[in-house]
Design a protein around this ligand. Structure first.
Ligand code: ADP
Ligand code: MG
Ligand code: ZN
Length: 624
């Protein structure tokens, strides 16, 4: 039954992990808590019960900007879906109310504000089978996006004791999970907690040398594909966007200082694939559902691992391979600290949390340890996930999807690491905590100048001790030693100085252990590969790249004609499969993953025409 609905409405032939269990529990009347990573397929868990025609499913979501696209996508799957929120045009709202009152709606998205007004469900109460609360971590003080209006949802839920309840979120520590269940009054809920790992994301973290050049290098690996570049400040954003535009990249800047209409346009253009790259502060992203974002670059270090997981998680929602690159510098952590203190001193508890978060993200960025493993462990899960085959086959070296396991960042042997660390530390020790990082780097590299002569440092034994290693490696080792607590940066008269810690001194006496990595020289990693085409294929045939581009063009034309985002018409993965299998009949086309009955009927003929060689422009006019 549920399989049949999955096939007919969405064109999928099997459930993703935990989807079937959640749907069955819901249909059996149980409350559910679902924690599945981004792209895990949470929406289907409440949409499928709606598709089975048993009554009304209500979805509460704080992301108003996404609702219209979600409604469009649900309608494409053949569901009677509507949304009610404050941005809706009056005539659309009127129609939505009429359909609701007439008992014609299967799936209704509402904002929490709208729901709290109260009157909404009087007519529909008897048909209500399920209330799904998306982004449920917003109900918890302990989460990172607490929303006061979510706290009051429990009152509304209580008015409908017969309806089932489902809370969904992508990230929740065990404490947040408990809080969500309690705050939303879930009654003995079935808990479906997925593994937090995103196997299709390739994580890389490198020391930052030249921000603009390193960003451009990643962007150039993905010509014509969607990507997001996050930077820390508005100025960084403007500068990087100008640099990319100057290099001929289709891109826009996005930050809170820009006029609302410019921001809206950047977002619209990005979602509708008229724009490849958005360079943004973290103000960008909450409302982005473009499923084929192929890379996310952090030009600065994010504030916490939670932030990183969420921001990088916007890549590869369609399950296809995507790149996540973080450019790290220890000075970013100091900048975050400065920002947090801008409005006065922190409470001791906030202070401790801040320091822990900065330590964790620093460790993620510089420890020469598998990044999938570090992220999984951060969210309390073992890596690799048990009971699943080792990720992406390969020759068995770790995840094969991060810079460490791919050999782009080498880790030094224990002895080498200790020896190197002692050299770096002795440089800092001799400098006596009176100089900044740059000075210590020059000292270790043997780059003398007048000042160094004057201080008598040019004739020290440490002078030029790491000459052979080069500046990139020495700077990175200093960062790595800071993150591991052997060095620290402190401020004196607004000037950041570097000094050795007690732990650092102990290490110089061979007490303690240290891990150090060295990034491979730039350029060694990753040439351009057609990433989208490597999206998980159900066939072994290689996709025809030229055909893929023409199918993409057709999808764009249809999406413009209908005023819906391209990914709502078909995901990249469906186009990739078409470009590989080249079906010639509607029946064969129906076998492609992601082609449900309704899409087959509306777009099937047009896509077959393009596959048979017709130009997208003429085929588009045959879609309905
Ligand atoms: P989440 O809300 O958990 O981030 P979504 O509900 O947006 O995830 O789904 C992510 C992607 O997975 C969507 O592109 C969706 O079409 C796809 N998807 C969902 N369920 C399945 C399935 N059973 N088989 C294949 N793809 C699926
Ligand atoms: Mg979702
Ligand atoms: Zn790895």
């Amino acid at each position: 039954m549920t399989e049949e609905a999955l096939r007919r409405h969405w064109g999928f032939d099997s459930f993703k992990s935990l989807q079937r269990e959640a749907v069955e529990a819901t249909l059996a009347g149980r409350d559910c808590l679902m924690v599945l990573p981004t792209g895990g397929g949470k929406s289907l868990c409440y949409q499928l019960p709606a598709a089975m025609g048993r009554g009304l499913v209500l979805v509460v979501s704080p992301l108003i900007a996404l609702m219209d696209d979600q409604v469009a996508a649900a309608r494409e799957a053949g569901l009677a879906a509507d949304a009610l929120h404050s941005n809706l045009a009056a005539d659309h709202r009127g129609e939505a109310y009429r359909r609701l009152a007439a008992g014609k709606t299967d799936l209704l998205y509402v904002s929490p504000e709208r729901l709290l007004v109260g009157d909404l469900l009087e007519d529909a109460a008897s048909r209500l089978i399920l209330i799904a609360v998306d982004e449920a971590h917003c109900v918890s003080h302990w989460g990172h996006e607490f929303r006061p209006e979510y706290r009051r949802l429990a009152e509304v839920l209580e008015r409908f004791p017969k309806a089932g309840r489902m809370a969904l979120t992508a990230t929740a520590t065990p404490a947040v999970q408990e809080d969500v269940c309690a705050q939303l009054g879930l009654r003995d809920p079935a808990r479906f907690i997925g593994h937090p790992d995103r196997p299709n994301l390739v994580y890389r973290a490198f020391p930052r040398r030249e921000q603009a050049a390193q960003v451009l290098e990643v962007v150039r690996r993905h010509p014509g594909e969607g990507g997001i570049v996050y930077a820390q400040t508005r100025k960084d954003v403007e500068r990087l966007a100008a640099g990319l535009a100057g290099a001929g990249i289709s891109c826009a800047a996005y930050h809170a200082g820009l006029p609302a209409d410019l921001r809206r346009r950047a977002q619209d253009d990005f979602v509708n694939e008229r724009l490849d790259v958005v360079v943004a502060t973290i103000a960008f992203g909450m409302g982005i559902d473009r499923s084929n974002v192929r890379y996310v670059v952090h030009a600065n270090t994010p504030r916490s691992v939670e932030h990183y997981q969420q921001e990088s998680g916007r890549a590869g929602r369609d399950g296809g391979q995507a790149d996540c690159v973080l450019l790290f510098a220890a000075s970013d952590l100091a900048a975050h600290r400065g920002l947090a203190l801008k409005d006065g001193p922190l409470t001791p508890e906030r202070q401790r949390t801040l320091e822990r978060q900065l330590r964790e993200i620093g460790r993620y960025a510089v420890a020469p340890v598998c990044r999938h493993q570090l992220l999984s462990e951060h969210f309390g899960a073992k890596y690799p996930p048990r009971s699943e085959p080792p990720p992406r086959g390969g020759s068995g070296q770790g995840c094969a999807a991060c810079d460490v396991c791919l050999g782009e960042t080498k880790s030094l042997s224990t002895e080498e690491a200790l020896l190197t660390a002692k050299k770096v530390l002795s440089g800092a020790w001799r400098a006596g905590g009176r100089f900044g990082t740059g000075y210590v780097v020059n000292l270790l590299l043997g780059r003398g100048d007048e000042r160094m002569d004057r201080n008598g440092h040019a004739c020290l034994q440490v002078f030029g001790l790491l000459k052979e290693s080069g500046e990139t490696a020495v700077r990175s080792w200093i960062d790595q030693l800071i993150v591991q607590g052997f060095l620290e940066v402190f401020e004196e008269r607004e000037y950041p100085l570097l000094r050795i810690t007690e732990a650092g001194k102990a290490l110089c006496r061979d007490e303690g252990t240290v891990r150090l990595g060295v990034p491979a020289p730039p350029k060694a990693h990753g040439r351009k590969k057609p990433k989208a085409l490597k999206a998980r294929l159900s066939s072994d045939l290689p996709p025809d790249e030229e055909l893929f581009e023409r199918l993409r063009r057709l999808r764009r034309l249809i999406s413009e004609k209908l005023g819906i985002p391209p990914y709502v018409v078909f995901h990249d993965s469906a186009l990739v499969e078409m470009a590989a299998l080249k079906p010639t009949t509607l029946d064969a086309l129906a076998g492609v993953k992601g082609v449900g009955d309704r899409k087959l009927e509306r777009y099937g003929a047009a896509f077959l025409e393009v596959i048979s060689g017709k130009p997208p422009e003429s085929a588009a006019s045959h879609s309905t």
